[in-house]
Design a protein. Structure first.
Length: 241
């Protein structure tokens, strides 16, 4: 066979798989652009948006919605979950009512527990995100275990790799239940944030934190009233010279 004929055969079998699932109660918005491997398992009332790709031994639970352009490989998605547009999930698990995306990436061995949320431009790797916890934007969580009802603010990074200076492989971060991590924080692994900890925005955490603690580690703000007028005046004088 030539490449054209091969593509025709692939198209035929792909449409046969899509038809099978639609007859079993799966909604496929655009069968022409939807790719489902033969080993994939889909429950009743799953909705697949255009240009979705489901590979390997992926399974998706009842009532789950998969958005436009999502790619899911060898992963388990629970019931009534929302995998939003342009999310990539590899060898991971999303439990019932979990929300992932848009534009999120779950790398292998990530586990999103019930009702947890992973938002736009968030990347997880070998990380457990506990029930009702959320990391909604611009965050990297690697080699982390995160408990229940944890807020991970915008721009938080688990710094899990030091280039091999002290640790072989990746160091781990542990965040216990009911912890609040503010925006733009760095968690220098290995580190543990105990239950009820509050980490203020802009903090770099380098030591384990006891329960119910407030953590602040940032330079103090300096305000010099009217100082910019002096700077601009000085700059104008220098330009004249």
């Amino acid at each position: 066979n030539n490449r054209y004929e091969l593509a025709q055969y692939e198209h035929y079998f792909r449409q046969a798989i899509n038809k099978k699932w639609m007859l079993e109660g799966v909604t496929i918005i655009d069968p022409q652009t939807t790719y489902i491997d033969a080993g994939v398992q889909l429950a009743h009332d799953v909705v697949l948006g255009p240009n979705t790709h489901l590979y390997g031994k992926t399974s998706i639970g009842e009532g789950t919605t998969v958005g436009v352009g999502a790619i899911i490989q060898n992963s388990t998605i629970g019931a009534k979950a929302h995998i939003r547009s342009y999310t990539i999930i590899e060898e991971s698990k999303v439990e019932d009512e979990g929300i992932v995306g848009p534009f999120s990436r779950l790398r292998p061995e990530s586990h999103i527990k019930k009702r947890a949320r992973v938002g736009n431009f968030v990347e997880l790797k070998k990380t457990v995100l506990g029930e009702d916890s959320k990391a909604n934007h611009l965050t990297y969580l690697g080699d982390a275990i995160i408990g229940k009802d944890v807020n991970v603010g915008c721009g938080v990074i688990t710094c899990n790799y030091d280039g091999g200076l002290r640790y072989k492989g990746k160091a781990k971060t542990k965040i216990e239940d009911h912890v609040f991590v503010g925006s733009d924080c760095q968690l220098i692994a290995p580190v543990t944030l105990k239950r009820g900890t509050y980490v203020a925005s802009g903090t770099t955490v380098t030591q384990d934190v006891p329960p119910d603690s407030l953590v602040i580690a940032r330079a103090p703000q300096v305000i010099k009233p009217h100082y910019m007028k002096k700077l601009w005046a000085r700059a104008k004088k220098q330009k004249r010279k």
